[in-house]
Write a protein that binds this ligand. Structure first.
Ligand SMILES: [Zn+2]
Ligand SMILES: [Zn+2]
Ligand SMILES: [Zn+2]
Length: 333
């Protein structure tokens, strides 16, 4: 009688190359899986909150300068009464997630939320708090031959739920080149959407040296997460300094275990680096420049995208074979 074939034995278990990328800094260990080689992510300092260079810290206003709400702790912070709530562009149920707002198509500058805290009269007892300095959902980092490292959900994440803050070194644009020259690794993990129009001050968050798992989230023009700017206080008009928001990555669709997390880097990411996006989704906003010439109709565009996606996958290490597509340097760690 043949030995019974176990269901499990037909599957190769995932090869764990790092047991916990956060080295204990996160409440949930973050495994790194690479079933293709022994390659691990480049070394960086795992950090759960932002670091500031000296020049950037001088630009950021202290909490004491900022306007807060005057709600009584017992009455709670209610719409129409709470200044923090009314200064927010979306409704967040602290027990669960963003509610009552159409989400899923927004970009960075569309949404902001003002949290309550110890500087408010409510002392933050209302629980109006969206950002946390730790990973809020279970994820893993997986290596894919055509993508490099990416972030994979290991649990269901409902649309509107916060996942993690984008964290790095906060540096002003003026000082950034000098800062980069001091780094050993020149990997591109720059979040440069922190232009505060009201003050004219431009800072960016660079996760090359310090960062968390958010630095591994790859780009898609059809993403399943979105970014919400979360302010720890209401902006005080007339201040010369900026109120720096936390960048909270939230699910914009229901995400299932095994799904890769994608965020939109925004079209300026590709324009400033002069590289095309290679996602070839129907809504790609920076396709390679000759894409539209080749595809005159919607049907042709669908076929052209399928051909391009296949070509990118097959020629990832030999991009010279694909005419007019620059090497995809942006999402390889
Ligand atoms: Zn309030
Ligand atoms: Zn409050
Ligand atoms: Zn408040």
């Amino acid at each position: 009688m043949p030995a019974p074939v176990s269901f499990r034995s037909r599957y190769k278990p995932d090869k764990v190359v790092v047991e916990d990328l956060s080295i204990g800094a996160e409440p949930i260990p973050i495994r790194v899986i690479n079933n293709y080689s022994d390659e691990k992510p480049n070394i960086f300092n795992y950090a759960t909150s932002n670091r500031f260079t000296n020049d950037a810290s001088k630009m950021v206003a202290p909490v004491g300068d900022m306007k807060a709400c005057s709600c009584h702790p017992r009455s709670g912070c209610l719409p129409g009464e709470c200044e923090c709530e009314d200064a927010s562009s979306l409704i967040f149920d602290p027990e669960s997630r963003i509610v009552g707002q159409p989400i899923g198509t927004s970009t960075y500058n569309d949404h902001h939320y003002v949290e309550c805290g110890s500087h408010c009269r409510c002392r933050g007892k209302c629980n109006r708090y969206m950002s946390h300095d730790y990973l809020m959902k279970k994820v893993e980092i997986h290596y894919k031959p055509n993508m490099g490292f990416g972030v994979i959900a290991k649990q269901h994440i409902a649309a509107g739920m916060p996942i993690i803050n984008y964290v790095g070194t906060v540096v002003t644009k003026e000082y950034h080149d000098e800062y980069r020259n001091q780094l050993a690794s020149q990997t591109d993990y720059i979040f440069d959407n922190l232009n505060e129009e009201h003050s004219g001050i431009a800072v960016l968050t660079d996760a090359a040296h310090h960062g968390n798992i958010s630095r591994f989230i790859n780009h898609s023009c059809d993403p399943n997460t979105q970014i919400v700017k979360v302010y720890p206080y209401i902006y005080a008009h007339g201040s010369e300094k900026i109120s720096l928001p936390k960048i909270v990555i939230t699910a914009s669709q229901n995400i299932r275990p095994g799904d890769e997390l994608f965020v939109s880097y925004g079209s300026s990411y590709f324009h400033t680096r002069n590289i095309p996006c290679l996602c070839y989704t129907f809504c790609c906003f920076v396709p390679p420049f000759d894409f539209e010439e080749k595809a005159q109709t919607e049907k042709e565009a669908v076929e052209e995208r399928a051909v391009r996606r296949k070509a990118v996958r097959e020629n990832w290490h030999n991009t010279g074979d694909i005419p007019s597509i620059d090497p995809p340097v942006f999402d390889i760690d």
